[in-house]
Each structure stands twice: as C-alpha cells, then as structure tokens.
Design a protein around this ligand. Sequence first.
Ligand code: MN3
Length: 240
Amino acid sequence: MQSRRRFIIQSTQAAAALTMIPDLIQAQGVTGIPSDEIGYTQTPLVYTYASLEPSIDAMTMEIHYTKHAAAYTKNMTDALTAEKVDASKKSIAELMSEISKYSTKMRNNAGGHYNHEFFWKSLRAPRAFNMPPDNLMKAFKESFGSFDVFQTQFTDAAKSRFGSGWAWLVGENGKLKVGSTPNQDNPLMDLSDLKGLPLLGLDVWEHAYYLKYQNRRADYISSFWSIVNWDQVAARFINC
Ligand code: MN3
C-alpha cells in the first residue's frame, strides 16, 4: 500500500515534471540540487523569474532579486571596503559568526545578502506532492513528532514575526528546531537568539509577497510549501 501510494506520487511528479522540462533543465541541472555555495557576490538564479508561479509571481521575483537583494549585496560590498574586511580570507559564515564586531550597515546588508542567496537556493518549481526525502522526514518525526507539527510551528514563527524578518528551520547536532529572526539577522550571527545551521528560511518582509498577496502573509506562507526544494534542505541537514 505504502509503495503503491509512493508510485502514484512519483508518477504524478514525473508527469508534472514533463510539462516543465525547459524550466527544469535550466533550473535544476540533473541532480535537482543546485550549488549551495554562498560567497560575496549575487549568483544567477537557477530558474526563471516565472518558475515559482503561482506561489511567487514573476514580477515579485524580478524586483526582489534585481532591486532588493542586489541592493543588499552592493551595500555589503561597500561596508566590506569601508571596514577593511579581506573577503578572500573570510567566508561569509565566518563573517556572520562575528557580526557583532561590525557596523549596523554590515549586519543589515551582509545579513540581507546571505539570507537572499540562501533563500533562492532553497526553492524550486512547484510540485503537487512536495515532501521531504526519507532521512529528513525521520528527523522531523524525531524532533517535532511529525512533519505536520513542524509545518504548524514554522508557519506560526513566520506569521508571528512582527514587522520584517525571517522564519527558519535550523539544525544542530542532528536535531531540528524552528524560530525567527528580525530584519536581516540570521541563525549564523553571534548576536542571534536563534542559533544553528540554517536549513530552510522564509523571507516574510512585505517586499517578498505584497504585489500578489497584499496583507495576506498567511496565504504566502501556505503557498511556500509547494516550492521548497526539500532535496536541498536534506543535503544541508547532512552537515549539521
Ligand atoms: Mn527579501
């Protein structure tokens, strides 16, 4: 019964994938897991602006990537110069781990740069039955009791973050937990209350959803589940 249901799900995914072949080739390569490396420059998206529709509309993606995220990258670059950081000798994760030593401009913009690069790499074209692979599903059961409980907690974290910020799934020693950060802070920052290896993040700034969803943040959050790249999240989980 289990294997039959799995076969039906996989067949449905395969059928859906067939209709999206051009996007998939451009977007996902063959493995389904795009490079997860984050440096100090904005990397090209591995999918088109329209690839995430209907969850995220093309215009939001274009403005978000070319204006908002690009501005964080530029302002971070200015701050790196002004504060004499040799980016060739320091990974962005290291910079985050000592961010309290730098200016607010660095905190906001290096955080913004990292968070957006991480976000783009966490997404893929929508899937009807978008569930985590077995190793990650097992971790959800161990840490939260069930995948549903995790989704509820993550949704609550994203809905209840007042103003602008991010909801996160993080890993620490094989355990998973959920939380949120204000503004452009993230769980790698030494001054963050929520700490751990980021596995999944959701941008809940209004610029991330306002054109399509206006004030309906909850609808944006629920539509997010169909575009999570769980293979990418599972690959990150192996490192925690
Ligand atoms: Mn944003």
